[in-house]
Design a protein. Structure first.
Length: 197
């Protein structure tokens, strides 16, 4: 699939304020600084579309981007950023969970995982919560350019393997690098396939 047009639409503080139309949408979630906004820019071939930063905690609202006038990519704030106050953290968690559970247009959640690190408790809990809530999700390993291809593959396999004690079927996954545009075609084809079913 080719992305011909990508535009920022709106930043919303609550699920109730999100766009009212019925176009399908795909949301990107994961720990702060994992590369959600960078991945959206990479997929759209559009630098600066979603705001990125070397400092964690950049994205604080639900951001809608309209693609080819047909569907949305949604950039969400990161979870698990220790330097936030408890109050802000709670508010963000509330925003993220009500968006995920209540947004009818949400077709699939992409959970981003930094391919360099061992499975973190917060990611495991988040993925378990999605599974228990019957929310369709896909794992996207990020920053693969920071490892050799072999090591990235091995880490991804180990990460998924650790879901096996709780989940019979493992989620689909992709290994990506926004820096090197790795995984772009595969992810866009995957979204296209879902859009066409
Ligand atoms: P929050 O909005 O704060 O939750 O962060 P985010 O998940 O949107 O991360 P963002 O895209 O802002 O990227 C965080 C940092 O990681 C930036 O310095 C990016 O340049 C860097 N980064 C993102 N993706 C990649 C990648 O594929 N490879 C490398 N080497 N760096 C990356
Ligand atoms: Mg961001």
């Amino acid at each position: 699939m080719d992305i011909k047009k990508s535009e920022f639409v709106i930043s919303s503080p609550t699920v109730g304020k999100c766009p009212a139309d019925n176009k399908p949408e795909y949301a990107f979630i994961g720990r702060s600084n994992v590369g959600k906004s960078s991945l959206i820019n990479m997929l759209c071939n559009h630098k600066g579309l979603a705001k990125t930063s070397a400092t964690p905690g950049k994205t604080l609202l639900i951001n809608h981007f309209i693609i080819n006038n047909e569907w949305y990519l949604v950039d969400l704030p990161g979870y698990g950023f220790a330097k936030r106050s408890k109050t802000v953290q709670k508010k963000l968690e509330q925003m993220i969970s009500s968006y995920i559970l209540q947004r009818k247009q949400l077709v699939n959640v992409f959970v981003l995982i930094d391919v360099r690190h061992e499975q973190q408790k917060i990611d495991r809990e988040f993925v378990d919560w999605l599974g228990e809530s019957n929310v369709p999700f896909t794992i996207v390993f990020t920053k693969a350019d920071k490892l050799t291809p072999g090591k990235a593959k091995q880490n991804a396999a180990q990460w998924l393997d650790r879901l096996k004690d709780r989940w019979e079927t493992l989620p689909p996954y992709y290994i990506t690098s926004s820096e090197k545009k790795q995984g772009r075609e595969e992810l866009l084809n995957y979204i296209e396939e879902i859009n066409n079913t």
